[in-house]
Design a binder for this molecule. Structure first.
Ligand code: GLP
Length: 260
């Protein structure tokens, strides 16, 4: 696990965009696993800028989003579909036939639908680079605490904390209580994972995910078992990490041995 600590959330976004853009530029075809949430806003804004100003093309990108709320239609401004259109897809040259998001209003039964989502990922050759944010309790996707570490795409009931974090205290009762999410087993099959977090609210979740025991109570902790994870956090999100000094030393050494 490579842990990169940056001074500010803006630096987290630009480092993440640099990693994603580099991955897009160095392959003929790439399948990205995409995440939503406040943490990803700066990343997508920077990718859009790179598309407009520095010729970053998404023509050969295939994408699969991590999750979607059950019951929200594509054009509902609260849906992750809407989020992705608004913050990324409407502004870059991605072929929308290559874009996949779980459908929160599917007419199939959810089990059949989710199995189809898994098959579509497999048919695309699997995910090359999976972008992840982190819930405050250290969850990834909507894999809330106690999710099976082998889980596949399915419907999960959201915790009250997640509802409050994502919708605010006032709205938390009047919003979807469930979501379709890639499972932990699905996420772990990605060839490379990029985990992003910023702000003090994420500090405990980051520390438990990176340095705590591997447990279904903190689903981000399973990433310790993956062979290629890069974590980009700001100083605030890194503040509870006991090995912070070591991660910085690794960054310094890496810079010294990497040819410029
Ligand atoms: C939700 C999403 C996660 C996301 C997390 C953090 O629970 N399902 O994928 O990582 O929120 O969101 P934010 O970046 O808004 O803090």
């Amino acid at each position: 696990m490579l842990v990169i600590i940056k001074p500010t959330p803006e630096d987290v976004s630009s480092e993440a965009a640099r990693i994603v853009a580099n991955a897009i530029r160095t392959t003929d075809r790439i399948t990205l696993g995409l995440a939503t949430g406040r943490t990803t806003l700066g990343l997508y804004a920077e990718l859009v800028r790179l598309h407009r100003e520095e010729d970053l093309s998404f023509r050969h990108v295939v994408s699969f989003n991590l999750d979607e709320y059950v019951g929200l239609a594509h054009d509902d401004p609260r849906s992750y579909h809407f989020f992705m259109d608004h913050h990324l897809f409407d502004h870059v040259d991605i072929d929308m036939l290559n874009v996949h998001l779980p459908d929160g209003t599917t007419h199939e039964d959810y089990e059949t639908y989710c199995a189809g989502y898994e098959r579509a990922i497999e048919a695309a050759g699997g995910i090359d680079l999976q972008i992840l944010g982190l819930g405050r309790d250290g969850h990834i996707g909507f894999n809330e605490p106690t999710s099976s570490l082998g889980s596949r795409t399915r419907v999960k009931t959201l915790t009250e904390e997640t509802l409050r974090d994502n919708w605010g205290e006032a709205q938390a009762d009047d919003v979807p209580q469930c979501a379709i999410t890639m499972g932990i087993g699905t996420i772990m099959e990605a060839r490379k994972i990029l985990l992003l977090a910023s702000g003090t609210a994420k500090a405990a979740g980051v520390a438990r995910s990176l340095e705590g025991p591997v447990t279904a109570s903190v689903t981000g902790s399973v990433l310790q078992l993956h062979r290629d994870v890069t974590v980009v956090v700001d100083e605030e999100a890194a503040s509870a990490l006991s090995q912070r000094g070591y991660y910085k030393r690794v960054m310094e050494m890496t810079a010294r041995v990497t040819p410029s």
